[in-house]
Write a protein that binds this ligand. Sequence first.
Ligand code: BV8
Length: 239
Amino acid sequence: MAKIYKNIVILTGAGISAESGLATFRSENGLWNKHRVEDVATIEAYWKNPDYVHDFYNQMRPELFNAKPNAAHLAITKLQEKYNSNINVITQNVDTLHEKAGNKNVWHIHGQINQIVCMNCGHVFETWGDVSSEDSCPHCGISAMLKPNIVFFGENLLYMDKVDELLQTCNLFISVGTSGVVYPAAGFVQVAKFYGADTIEVNLEETSNNYLFGRHIYGKAGKALPDLVNELLEQKEEA
Ligand code: BV8
């Protein structure tokens, strides 16, 4: 009997952007192999050497600005347009490929590369240019307190109230391209399952929390996700 899902949540990680040419974090040539996490992605690293952290993200910004969405991102737009149910994207990615593909309801729980936050007044503004500790906040004017609006290890995630609401009401939870090692995102599947959702993991290979998923689709997201979207749309037709 074909199942129709009223509320769908899609969690994405670096793997969904891999076919757009962006490096993931934990593969052999991943970002974390070239930089120690402790030096660039912790709040302590930022306070110890803000310009070292700014430079890490300044170098990343042009590549992400030029990156193009791939078939996996576009498949989400197709699902949102044709499946006509409540479909939200919770992404750990700081790139804007979901938006470039036309995805709606995108929640960047680890922040965004093109956003800067002032640690003094909390003002968030957008830029694709370089930022340094000399720059001052356009809102409160104070300098040396600007940080990429990216959630470092040891910082709370963004939009967690919305995430809680989505996980408690979703009937289908799909995880795409994440290794499942970073919490609390890696635990979202557990919450969704507890509230009765079906769970599907789409990934290149087995992940750290794959035992939590009801179904696994192994392969590249650029092929596996469009196939899954077509399967869901066909089921909807049959119902
Ligand atoms: C928090 C910012 C509350 C920088 C990131 C001990 C145990 C458990 C948890 C903890 C612990 N000690 C500390 C913690 C909490 C910690 C954590 O989880 N640590 C882990 C590593 C042990 N979490 C936190 O600190 C979080 N905050 O908990 O707040 C708090 C408050 C105060 C004090 C304590 C707690 C903050 C987490 C966010 C950290 N920021 N990045 C940046 O993004 O530049 S994490 C980083 O990892 C990225 O954000 C990234 O999004 C995230 C997850 O990585 P993935 O996206 O999964 O990427 P990865 O490379 O790992 O995997 C890619 C996958 O894709 C692979 O499986 C690959 O096979 C697959 N793939 C590749 N190609 C394809 C593909 N799949 C399909 N198709 C393809 N073509």
